[in-house]
Every structure is written in C-alpha cells, then in structure tokens.
Design a protein around this ligand. Structure first.
Ligand SMILES: CCC(=O)SCCNC(=O)CCNC(=O)[C@H](O)C(C)(C)COP(=O)(O)OP(=O)(O)OC[C@H]1O[C@@H](n2cnc3c(N)ncnc32)[C@H](O)[C@@H]1OP(=O)(O)O
Length: 431
C-alpha cells in the first residue's frame, strides 16, 4: 500500500516523537521514535496489507530500548507488508530518518495532546514492540536477511517517492542480453565485469537487473575489501542499450529507470569496499556515469570517458552529474557535461577524474595492474579497510555533526579490535 502524503511529526515530547504516515485506503501508520544515542523507530501500522519502505543502517548502534547491539538489532530496516502491529527500523540519527522519508521534522512540544490521547509511549512499550519484532524476524529468516541487505543498502528512492521497483523490473526484463559477472576472490578483491561485447558493453535491461543483484551480493560479502569494475573485451561500457532506451522513452518509464539505476549505483558507491573503475576503450553516457559510482578511476592510455548525454539531448540520470561534481568540482563538471568533452587519460589525470594511467596492457591485460594499484589500499584486516571506507562515505554524504557521530561509532568498532591490539603490542613507528 502506498504512502499518500508526506509523513509528519504529530507529537513531540522529550525523548519521544510520533510520526504519522497516511497510507492509501485511509490507513495510518505511526512510528514512535526514541531520540537518544540512536533513534529507535517503531512502526505500528494499524491496518492490514499496508506496505512501507523503510531503509536504515544503524547496524552498529545500540538500541536504546532493548540495548541490543549489532548482532541483535530490533530491525535494521524493512520493506514490509505490515500486519496490525509490525515492526520497524532504527536509525542512527534523526536526520537519517528525515532523509529516508524526504521530510523535515518540526518538533512541537505537544505533550498534552499525547497524554490526552493516551499515546505517551514508554520504554516498556518500546521493549514490548522490540521483542514482538524480534520474534517476527526469528520466524521469518528470509525477511531478516532481506532486512539486513536493505539496511546496508541505503538506497535513495522508496515507494514514498513514487518509485515502483517491481514494475520497472518487469519492463527491464523485456530487454535481455549480456550480463554483469562477479568474481569474489580470496584476496578480498572482487571483479565485476560489464559483459555485452557485441554492443560494446551497453547496459541491456537484464544487465541493469544484474547490477542490482550483484550489488546486493557485495553488500552481504563480509570478507570483502575491494572491488574492480571493468568492461569485457577491452572496452568499458557504451551506456544504456539504445534499443531499450528507445522502447522505454516515455517519461514514466524513464523516471522509474532513472530511480532504479540511481538506487543501484548509490548502493554501489556506498559499499564498504574500496572500488576502482578500470577504463579501457570507451566509457560513454551511462558508462561514464558508472565510472563515477566507484571511489577511483584508472584509465588505459587510449581510453576515453565521455558524458555524451548532451549529444543525446539528455543530461545524466543515473546520478552521474551529482557524483561528477563531487569528483572534479562544478567548473570541470560543467565543461564535461555542457561540452560533452572527451576525457582522455591525460585530461582525466589533470582534472582529477582519473586517479592513475595504466600502462599498455601486457599479456594479462590491465587487470593485474589495477589489482596491484588497489592492493595498497586494501592491505590489512577487512574490518579496518571497511571502516576507512565507511567514515569516508559518511564524511562525504552527511552533515558534519552527523558524520562525526558516525565516525565515533565506526571508530568504536575497530578500537581495541584485533588489529589495533596487535599494533599496540608491537613497536609503533611510521617512518
Ligand atoms: C544513460 C544514457 C545513455 O547511456 S545513452 C547511450 C549513450 N551511448 C551511445 O550513444 C553509444 C553509441 N555507440 C557508439 O558511439 C559506438 O558504437 C561506440 C561505442 C563508440 C563503439 O564504436 P565502434 O567500436 O566503432 O563499434 P560500433 O559502432 O560498430 O558498435 C558495435 C555494435 O555495438 C552496438 N552498440 C554500441 N553502443 C551501443 C549502445 N549504447 N546500445 C546499443 N548498441 C550499441 C552498435 O550498434 C553496433 O551494433 P551492430 O554491430 O551494428 O549491430
């Protein structure tokens, strides 16, 4: 069941807030938020068959109701079909919640109304709901793992944005061809290959679906440290498959495809893995956008990254413009987009789009060079490498105060951990 209007904070009292969400069919869902070290959200959906998208990732926080830590969260996030009383997500900060629902809270100390309506929540109520939720997850292990995946995912769009995931997936399934192949290595580095050589690795509909699946797989890969994204057969990716683009060129499908790809590529960039796009040949249109969803880009000598969207009467829609501005700054981004400028390895290095030039491929191709380049950043224990990526993502995406809090939480996961203890036990000099 869809959310029919922007959620609003209805009540606010001290540590508690009640958020009201209007659902289709006149149903209402309430979320009770406990504001303290973490924000614990309890969703009580009064009515059958309503479904709400909730995305969160406070897997490292401790629930202030039941004091559960990362291993036993109440609910790390959900996309749920709610029964009269169901479940929840919990957010690390209030702002996470706000951005999940795209609204701003406006606290209005309205204790009296709360009391009048007998709605004053209590820690006991919170605990009861936590425990009901845990029981649900125990009885529904598939939901639990899905929830965990969602928790890590932190996609941009949900049903509240008018995004209909299943509908667009159905449409994309009608444009088959190619694949996105993923190999996870013992070294902790995975290689994802955009594989559709007969169309210069253009993204068919099913490859877009593959991308989402591969990202989900990587989100659940706890041993992972690094990711290399490459194209098959010596070229990176020629963007979206023009045959599919022509078929779904109506505004509705375009928007849905845009949200689908933004979600997947945002999740790709937010993975706790250090990622690098290895660009050989051409990275055009959506292919250029894909390179920006990696932390780094390495370019082969004759390679070109080109945001050809302008030539197509478009601007990027897979999040490539927003990411490009963050990588090269607005001046350079404007030149690349408004001029559809070809970026070769030299220009790429000069403007900071490329982080290194690969040498002419030897027998083994450029992959070993890329692995060698990446190895200096992924050396060491996975939890430390992943923590480094996490604090950088947080610093890039969150307001300072929130990023500082996240940094504290992530710091707490490595402080006194095995790598830290071993380092302290040895002689520590960094000459
Ligand atoms: C998100 C927005 C977007 O991404 S819009 C898509 C933007 N991309 C494009 O417009 C790329 C158009 N393609 C090209 O410019 C050239 O094909 C490039 C990639 C430079 C390769 O040139 P070249 O090496 O000479 O090969 P070619 O043109 O003979 O192509 C080989 C076969 O591949 C196909 N192909 C290529 N790109 C796409 C694509 N994006 N979608 C669908 N098919 C594509 C070509 O049509 C060609 O197929 P065929 O062998 O003629 O059947």
């Amino acid at each position: 069941m869809a959310v029919t209007s922007a959620p609003t904070w209805k009540r606010f009292t001290g540590q508690w807030k009640v958020l009201e969400i209007n659902l289709q069919g006149g149903k209402t869902a309430f979320f009770i938020a406990v504001l303290s070290k973490c924000v614990h959200i309890i969703n009580m959906a009064w009515g059958q068959n309503c479904s709400i998208d909730v995305v969160s990732d406070c897997h490292r926080s401790h629930c202030c109701c039941c004091q559960r830590g990362p291993e036993g969260p109440c609910f790390p996030g959900t996309h749920f079909t709610a029964t009269p009383l169901l479940l929840a997500g919990w957010w690390r900060t209030e702002r996470d919640l706000d951005s999940s629902f795209r609204f701003r809270s406006s606290p209005c100390a309205d204790t009296a109304v709360l009391k009048d309506e007998g709605l004053v929540p209590s820690p006991a109520l919170g605990m009861a709901l936590c425990s009901a939720g845990r029981r649900f997850l125990k009885d529904n292990p598939n939901s639990a793992s899905k929830l965990r995946a969602w928790a890590r995912a932190r996609a941009v769009y949900t049903g509240a944005d008018g995004y209909h995931a299943e509908e667009i997936k159905e449409k994309l399934r009608a444009f088959p061809g190619g694949s996105l192949d993923l190999v996870k290595r013992e070294s902790g580095i995975a290689v994802m290959t955009v594989n559709n050589p007969t169309r210069r690795n253009a993204f068919s509909g099913t490859m877009m679906l593959d991308l989402e699946e591969r990202v989900t797989e990587l989100e659940m890969w706890k041993e992972g440290k690094g990711l290399i994204v490459q194209g098959a057969a010596g070229t990176f990716c020629s963007g979206s498959d023009l045959n599919a683009v022509r078929a779904i060129s109506n505004p509705q499908d375009g928007m849905q495809m845009c949200m689908f790809m933004q979600n997947s590529l945002t999740r790709l960039l937010r993975l706790p893995l250090i990622s690098v796009a290895v660009v050989e040949g051409r990275a055009l249109g959506g292919g250029a956008e894909l390179t920006t969803a990696c932390d780094f880009r390495l370019m082969a000598p004759d390679s070109v990254i080109q945001f050809v969207h302008k030539h197509m009467g478009l601007v990027p829609g897979w999040g490539g413009a927003a990411r490009l501005v963050r990588i090269v700054g607005s001046q350079s981004a404007l030149k690349l987009l408004a001029g559809a400028k070809k970026v070769d390895a030299e220009l790429g290095a000069a403007i900071g789009l490329s982080d290194g030039v690969l040498e002419c491929p030897a027998d083994g191709g450029v992959l070993p060079q890329a692995e060698q380049w990446l190895s200096r950043y992924v050396a060491g224990p996975a939890d430390v490498v992943r923590a480094a990526k996490e604090v950088v993502v947080s610093g890039r995406e969150r307001h300072l105060e929130e990023a500082l809090r996240t940094e504290k939480d992530v710091f707490g996961t490595v402080w006194g951990g095995p790598a830290n203890t071993a380092a302290l036990a040895g002689k520590s000099k960094h000459k």
